[in-house]
Design a protein around this ligand. Structure first.
Ligand code: JHZ
Length: 385
């Protein structure tokens, strides 16, 4: 049973909540014990705009193209997306002439989606909402749920809502971070309060089946440190690729305690090594900044427990984060345009999943003698040529 944390005054950086990962030895599902009130995490102040990363936007546009190529869709087939954010994916289907409907609880991203002309309901996706849509005659030929299923406290209500709004021959395409990649890549910082659940295929299949949906196929993706793209429908049948992935999970014993032991040891050594490297540089009088005020940076910074002032600032491209502070430590977030003038000796890359993109944008900084410290999956320092 999860603990529900509510605090209407917790919009300031000092709000703290415990973070405990639990693991079910029967089905292999991992989840955190604490549930922070969703409107605190995803409401008025939600600062995550999916379109900020051109690489992520390209990833989801490719995904839309793959879906349109794989399934024989008619122009009038409706695409519905839960957690549609700023319309980063529906815009692709809309451009192809499909009617689209986004559903998202976050004020800023919803305004941005509507500005782009993407019809969006400002709400959490629930079974009650799915029934309302269905009563209005809205049925999804394609239902999308990217990086949202792990965020939902009542995941059974969510999946049952998908079933309620899905047309009889509809398909569901879901992306979730993959537990196997989380463990293998030591991406422990992706464990934070927005992510309540950590899925394997072994735990997903019965969840979907409970609501009349069948997991037909799954694809491994590199995005967000390692994710799964699931293809789901009412029709039974498993692709050979899915059978292979399920077999691998059985071989790796994802439901066992032993599977997580190595993960715990890996976290300790990663945190220790990163902390040692940062403190060694600081002792040598070097100036260090952070890059990427990602949600996961909260977990990483908390685990590193660096003395105040160790990181001068955190650069982030998202204008919605500028002038704000990181939760907990209160480190200020600034535009990356400041980096050349600040010229810190090293930059700790907190958004390590976007390393190629971010390092590519900062070649001049590296050429001038700067370095990027990349903590995950294994600490490494990147210097210029
Ligand atoms: P990024 C988010 O997690 C939130 P986060 C959420 N909980 C979720 O599930 C996952 O995504 C999937 C910045 N940036 O994408 C933008 C640059 O500064 O790793 C972001 O603030 N320069 C819903 O927050 C941050 O980095 C750049 O060039 O951990 C990246 O955050 C680029 C490309 C990004 O996700």
């Amino acid at each position: 049973m999860a603990d529900r944390l509510e605090d209407s005054d917790c919009t300031d950086v000092s709000f703290r909540a415990p973070l405990t990962l639990c693991h079910c030895t029967i089905c292999g599902l991992c989840q955190i014990r604490e549930t922070v009130e969703p409107r605190i995490l995803f409401g008025a102040d939600y600062p995550y705009y999916s379109s900020v990363s051109p690489a992520l936007r390209a990833h989801f546009h490719d995904s839309a193209d793959t879906i349109m190529a794989r399934y024989p869709l008619c122009r009038e087939d409706r695409i519905v997306e839960a957690a549609s954010n700023d319309g980063y994916m529906l815009e692709r289907f809309s451009a192809a002439g499909h009617p689209v409907l986004g559903i998202d609880p976050a004020d800023g991203p919803v305004s941005e989606a509507r500005r782009k002309g993407i019809d969006t309901r400002h709400a959490f996706f629930t079974k009650a909402l799915a029934r309302e849509l269905s009563d209005e005659g809205i049925r999804a030929k394609v239902f999308l749920a990217n990086n949202v299923m792990a965020h939902v406290a009542d995941v059974n209500d969510f999946v049952s809502g998908i079933e309620a709004v899905l047309s009889d021959d509809g398909i569901v395409v879901i992306e979730v971070p993959y537990l196997l990649d989380l463990v293998d890549g030591c991406a422990f910082d992706t464990i934070y309060h927005q992510h309540l659940l950590y899925f394997s295929l072994t735990s997903l299949r019965p969840l979907l089946a409970r609501h009349g949906l069948c997991l037909n196929d799954a694809e491994r993706l590199r995005v967000h440190g390692g994710s799964l793209r699931l293809f789901v429908s009412r029709r039974s049948g498993q692709s050979p690729r899915l059978v292979g992935l399920l077999d691998e999970e059985t071989r790796r014993q994802v439901h066992s305690v032993a599977f997580h032991d190595r993960f715990l040891a890996g976290i300790d050594s990663l945190v220790q090594r990163t902390r040692d490297e940062v403190m060694r540089l600081r002792s040598a009088g070097k100036r260090i900044a952070g890059y990427g005020a990602a949600a996961k940076a909260t977990t990483l910074l908390h685990a590193l427990d660096l003395p105040d002032g160790t990181l001068e600032v955190i650069y982030d491209k998202s204008p919605w984060k500028h002038g704000r502070c990181m939760p907990g430590g209160g480190i200020r977030i600034c535009p990356p345009e400041r980096l050349p003038a600040d010229n810190p000796d090293s930059v700790l890359l907190l958004a390590w999943n976007l390393a190629n993109e971010i390092i590519g944008q900062n070649a001049a900084y590296l050429a001038d003698g700067g370095s990027f410290l990349i903590p995950v999956p294994v600490f490494r320092e990147v210097r210029g040529p």
